[in-house]
Design a protein around this ligand. Structure first.
Ligand code: G1P
Length: 297
């Protein structure tokens, strides 16, 4: 590894978004807005706020609007300027200044591990971050989730997966880590002895689930290259991380923050309500409406 600073991030965004059809028939699910900001923009903002300078988005053929969103739109900027809407003009321009964003197409939907493997040339010999667009994390007043993981990486110079405890009955939805020492107590950074993708409840090594944030060393690509299909017939990043443990220590980091699963309809609605309640211009009216609804339910 020639560089040990985490400057690059990979955001896989090549899923079909079938859970959000028909909205995702002609629009990538990553462009669905929570209030008025596309979910992908929240992810890019978190990366930029964590010190990431270069971002590679793994796309498929239906991702044109993502490229347009993070590009300049001179015509719109001009129109906003000439109508005196300077705040909006600045807001629109800032989106294209957040980071250098590149795109590569994943030609076949072969799973998360394969999507990350498509980033090997972009990443080169550096540690890098992975952020999954279905997981939004809000840590009001504290460090963004990815920044917390980068902090842990810097201390150990080892791969780190971001985790939080999930209800035991939900372990089958996630990658689940196996702590080396079961008595890890209150420590946030936990050395791992294993990791498994979507285990059966009775076989789950813990309730600590990987929630869409990773910092990985570039050695992961050696394993991704030869990784066969795993759970659900897909090439799983989790399986390659398990093999990485044969040659390097891997840690889990219990990050601080509230995580929303916006890949799930209910999670998406919850995020929409919570994010709207954080907005000065919406809070009063919305909380009045929610109270009224609650009385009628
Ligand atoms: C993916 C990963 C899984 C991780 C999850 C987090 O699964 O494969 O390990 O826990 O994201 O949201 P997916 O939800 O894409 O099936």
């Amino acid at each position: 590894m020639t560089n040990t600073r985490v400057r690059k991030a990979v955001i896989p965004a090549a899923g079909l978004g079938t859970r959000f059809l028909p909205a995702t028939k002609a629009m990538p699910k990553e462009m669905l807005p929570i209030v008025d900001i596309p979910t992908l923009q929240y992810i890019v903002e978190e990366a930029a706020a964590s010190g990431i300078e270069e971002i590679l988005i793994i796309t498929n053929s239906n991702k044109r609007s993502m490229e347009d969103h993070f590009d300049r739109n001179y015509e719109l900027e001009e129109r906003l300027k000439s109508s005196g809407k300077h705040d909006l003009e600045e807001m629109i321009r800032k989106i294209s200044d957040m980071a250098n964003i590149y795109y590569v197409r994943q030609k076949e939907p072969k799973g998360l591990g394969h999507a990350i493997w498509c980033a090997r040339t972009f990443v080169g010999e550096e540690p890098f971050a992975v952020l999954l667009g279905d997981d939004l994390v809000v840590n009001e007043g504290g460090e963004p989730a990815l920044k917390q993981l980068i902090g842990a990486y810097c201390e150990k110079k080892a791969s780190v997966v971001g985790v939080q405890s999930v209800p035991h009955e939900d372990v089958g939805k996630y990658g689940i880590v196996e702590p080396l020492d079961k008595n890890y107590g209150d420590s946030r950074r936990i050395k791992l002895s294993g990791i498994v993708e979507k285990p059966l409840i009775e076989q789950s090594p813990s309730d600590l689930a990987v929630l869409g944030r990773y910092v990985l060393t570039p050695e992961i690509f050696k394993f991704l290259e030869t990784q066969g299909a795993g759970k659900n017939g897909e090439i799983q990043l989790t399986d390659a991380i398990l093999r990485l443990m044969d040659i390097q220590t891997v840690y889990a980091y219990k990050f601080e923050g509230i995580r929303y699963d916006v890949g799930d309809k209910f999670g998406f609605v919850k995020a929409t309500i919570d994010f709207a309640l954080q907005r000065d211009e919406l809070r009063g009216e919305l909380s009045g409406y929610i109270k009224k609804l609650a009385e009628e339910l």
